[in-house]
Design a protein around this ligand. Structure first.
Ligand code: ATP
Length: 307
């Protein structure tokens, strides 16, 4: 059975006349990493703040760990970890001192936890170094360690990769995967850049102007962006037979609009065309297709993906 950590129903947030989030229905499962992708102002932070109980929705409902009722939901908020902003770190303290400060503030016992979390995020060796001398990547990793203090089952990371250099990006992505694997938490991680999160997430949620435009798995995304020959013709059954019998391939897919995506023979398009002609199939469309991640993302938010 699917184990839902969070569900939202028609979640809407209005600021006077402006709708920052519109009718959002989401379901998040344990152990998955969700990439929340949207341009600046798309509504990512608004959604995270609503989930974390830092802001109140105008309409709609949030169900957290199976509870919708306000009092119980407030109680369940303890099971959520949120990435602390850089400004929440004390620059004159070391990583361990910052962790201790937040551990004590939140009434969490056990100083051995500090050691464990520093190890987890790869900051055990930072010793006496003050946080003000940390790289941005180190600060982000410390922020993530703090978010893990209460042993959360849902982790909300708002743009943890923003502003990092390529090494920092790789480190933070690796850390997020490690946390998900070792702790079986659900992670919701926002970014304005789809390629940045590619292969880090199990699922992607594309948001634009406060609306969810598309939800897809890593597998779906790969399929959407995979290069293929897009073939359209009158006799689809005959086309499929020719692909299987004459070209010996099953690496194709018949789409709902009866076009065919062929993932084989991309370098031998002439051979495909010749074989089709020889078997009396006259394509009305025959072209190499496939998006880059960036152009796929843009096509979704421009509404070119039939959503
Ligand atoms: P970014 O990547 O820039 O952080 P975002 O996707 O996180 O963007 P939000 O911060 O959720 O976007 O903002 C969504 C929209 O709601 C924006 O147009 C923003 O200006 C607006 N907004 C956010 N907070 C408020 C507020 N307190 N009052 C009025 N409008 C707000």
């Amino acid at each position: 059975m699917r184990e839902y950590i969070l569900k939202t129903y028609g979640l809407t947030k209005r600021y006077s006349n402006f709708i920052a989030l519109n009718n959002v229905d989401l379901s998040l499962e344990a152990g998955k990493i969700y990439g929340l992708i949207g341009q600046n102002g798309a509504g990512k932070t608004t959604l995270m703040r609503l989930i974390a109980g830092l802001s109140i929705q105008t309409y709609g409902a949030i169900e957290l760990f199976g509870h919708q009722e306000e009092r119980q939901r407030q109680e369940e908020l303890k099971r959520i970890g949120i990435l602390i902003e850089e400004s929440g770190l004390n620059g004159n303290m070391t990583a361990r001192e910052n962790l201790r400060y937040y551990r004590i503030m939140r009434g969490i016992p056990g100083s051995e936890l500090e050691e464990e979390l520093l190890e987890m995020v790869g900051l055990k060796e930072s010793h006496k170094k003050k946080v003000k001398n940390f790289s941005l990547g180190m600060k982000q990793r410390l922020g993530i360690a703090i978010s893990l203090l209460g042993n959360p089952e849902l982790l909300l990371l708002d743009e943890p990769i923003n502003g990092l250099d390529p090494v920092g990006i790789v480190e933070v992505r690796g850390l997020i995967k490690k946390i998900s694997e070792e702790r079986h938490v659900a992670v919701l991680i926002s970014s304005h850049n789809l390629p940045e999160l590619y292969q880090t997430c199990t699922d992607y949620i594309i948001i634009d102007q406060g609306e969810i435009k598309k939800i897809l798995t890593q597998e779906n995304l790969e399929e959407e962006c995979q290069h293929h020959l897009l073939i359209k013709c009158e006799k689809v059954e005959a086309l499929v037979a020719v692909l299987e019998m004459k070209l010996g391939t099953t690496r194709f897919k018949v789409m709902p609009d009866r076009s065919v995506k062929l993932y084989d023979y991309l370098d031998q398009r002439e051979k495909v065309m010749r074989t089709l002609f020889e078997n009396n199939i006259l394509p009305t469309h025959f072209a190499l297709s496939g998006d880059t991640l960036e152009s796929y993302f843009l096509s979704v938010i421009r509404g070119e993906q039939g959503v």
